[in-house]
Design a protein around this ligand. Sequence first.
Ligand SMILES: C[S@@+](CC[C@H](N)C(=O)[O-])C[C@H]1O[C@@H](n2cnc3c(N)ncnc32)[C@H](O)[C@@H]1O
Length: 270
Amino acid sequence: MTSNDPDAIGTAVHERKASRIVNYWNRELLCSLDSSTSHADPDLACLDNVVENCVLREVLARWTTENCQRCLDIGAGYGRFVPTFRQFYSQIILLEAAEQIYERLRMLRQCDGNTKCYNSLFESFKDEREYDLLFASGVIYLYDDDMLSRFVGKAATMLRRGGLLILRDFVADPSRIIQSSYVQGGHCHYRTPQFWRDLARASRFEFLEIRRSKPRLALVRNPRLLSVLRRLRMIQWLRHSVVAAAAQRAGSFRLHGGHIHPVFLAMRLS
Ligand SMILES: C[S@@+](CC[C@H](N)C(=O)[O-])C[C@H]1O[C@@H](n2cnc3c(N)ncnc32)[C@H](O)[C@@H]1O
């Protein structure tokens, strides 16, 4: 490998761009154990997190095969999906590049023989043994197309045949690229469902499903209703499991054109 090696140069550029994103997280940290980005009500964030874990459980129950072992959460944050992974995988590897977040992750998730935490960028992570699941939540929407294609290419080399790649990301139709208000020089990429289907097909993956990760619940997200609930001291009801079950059953999971939707995208390595 020489300094003129185009692939090495591409990798270095990719790592530099990924580091710039991670520097932001390292500086700002995550909002709460339930949400990395939501500045909304913490009780609402808790409700969303419970529902997202339920939806992820359904996605995994649908697509995992028997004898699943190794799962890697890329950009694990504080590891909010760990309880769900534990129901399906015997070894959970949590990868978190931001040092400050990693230190807290290690304390929160009791890393032991079955759960390991590493402080590394995915792009330079060396444990490339056969994984049954690669998962990333809230990471990829900050990646441009070149970074994304390298990410998916590396994921394909790390999964065993038939292994799953599940991304919790955001989609919009038509697609949107918006200047990031927090990563300097960065952009948020909201890609279309069709983009993901085409990407899967072009990268040795079979596209399995796309599903909203949490319901719209437009009424509950209304700031006025939230402030009324708070005044009546009823806001903490949003943390109740019965409310989460009702939200999941009654909320709208439809993908409406034009909006930006949080989704789980599931694909399988062919
Ligand atoms: C939006 S937060 C999401 C955290 C968690 N996955 C969740 O859903 O709550 C993104 C996290 O991914 C980490 N991250 C971003 N890019 C990464 C990369 N290339 N390698 C490892 N970690 C990364 C950030 O440091 C941050 O903690």
